[in-house]
Design a protein around this ligand. Structure first.
Ligand SMILES: NC(=O)c1ccc[n+]([C@@H]2O[C@H](COP(=O)([O-])OP(=O)(O)OC[C@H]3O[C@@H](n4cnc5c(N)ncnc54)[C@H](OP(=O)(O)O)[C@@H]3O)[C@@H](O)[C@H]2O)c1
Length: 238
């Protein structure tokens, strides 16, 4: 594929995770200038070769603003933001506490809003930008043990539609990608190892399937796409 993200300054938050790491590594390979973040990314082992690590807590606006300042100080601009954060909190409706709900919604939904609000002004200043938020299949059909995460996903999908109206006139696009089952420790935690995931396209997808779609949404190939949710789920669960 042509390196259409080459030279772009792209910030990937949640890059210590399975999908975020794949996105970051793909972007580095395609010649983007990549900043990777999570709460503990500066100690990631192995590190993401070729990327600049900055610890960030998506629940803390001060830490997000400090990271944006470091990015602008080092690279002078910000072209893309990708958010792939989540917490491994699963459980029955009657077992999950208020604190569990608050942590999941604050990390993924409000965290995505915070990161967008901090990054978008730099894109507006630069005259262009693309934001990609990772949601999930549960945002359309919540799974039994993952209702808080599913509600966060639905919120993210709706947030991009609202934010696109504000950001479009500034030439900044914002979309979400809704993964289905993607091979990862998170999937094992949710479904049990070796579970027989069935989709019209066979089994579970690969993290790289999400990375490819992210690169499309960051590139000018998608320049008329905003406020949209793209499902990357092999046709959904059977
Ligand atoms: N895997 C799947 O099958 C699947 C399916 C549907 C949707 N998804 C979605 O895809 C995304 C990525 O999933 P994944 O499997 O890669 O998850 P993962 O491996 O658990 O990665 C989640 C990442 O979020 C980071 N994180 C958590 N809290 C944070 C915070 N407060 N601030 C900054 N970073 C934080 C974690 O790093 P630290 O702990 O270092 O902060 C980690 O890097 C999630 O939104 C998930 O819901 C995944």
């Amino acid at each position: 594929m042509e390196a259409e993200v080459e030279g772009q300054v792209v910030w990937v938050v949640g890059a210590a995770g399975t999908i975020g790491r794949s996105i970051a590594e793909s972007l580095v390979k395609e010649g983007a200038r990549v900043i990777v973040s999570s709460r503990g990314i500066e100690d990631a082992d192995p590190p993401i070769e070729g990327a600049t690590p900055i610890n960030v807590d998506a629940r803390d606006m001060a830490s997000i603003k400090a990271a944006v300042a470091r990015i602008i100080d080092k690279f002078g601009q910000l072209d893309g933001l990708v958010v792939s954060t989540t917490l491994p909190i699963f459980g029955d409706l009657f077992e999950l506490s208020d604190e569990d709900w608050e942590k999941v919604l604050d990390t993924k939904l409000v965290g995505s809003v915070r990161l967008t609000r901090a990054a978008a002004p730099e894109m507006i200043r630069n005259g262009r930008g693309s934001i990609v938020l990772i949601s999930g299949l549960g945002g359309f059909n919540p799974s039994l043990t993952h209702i808080p995460g599913s509600i966060a996903n639905a919120g993210v999908n709706l947030f991009v539609k609202g934010a696109a109206k504000r950001l479009g006139p500034e030439n900044v696009r914002i979309n979400s990608i809704s993964p289905g089952a993607i091979r990862s420790p998170r999937l094992d935690a949710m479904q049990g190892k070796g579970s027989g995931i069935k989709t019209p396209m066979g089994g579970a997808g690969e993290p790289r399937d999400i990375a490819e779609t992210v690169m499309f949404l960051l590139s000018d190939r998608s320049k008329y796409i905003t406020g949209t949710v793209i499902s990357v789920d092999g046709g959904g669960m059977l």
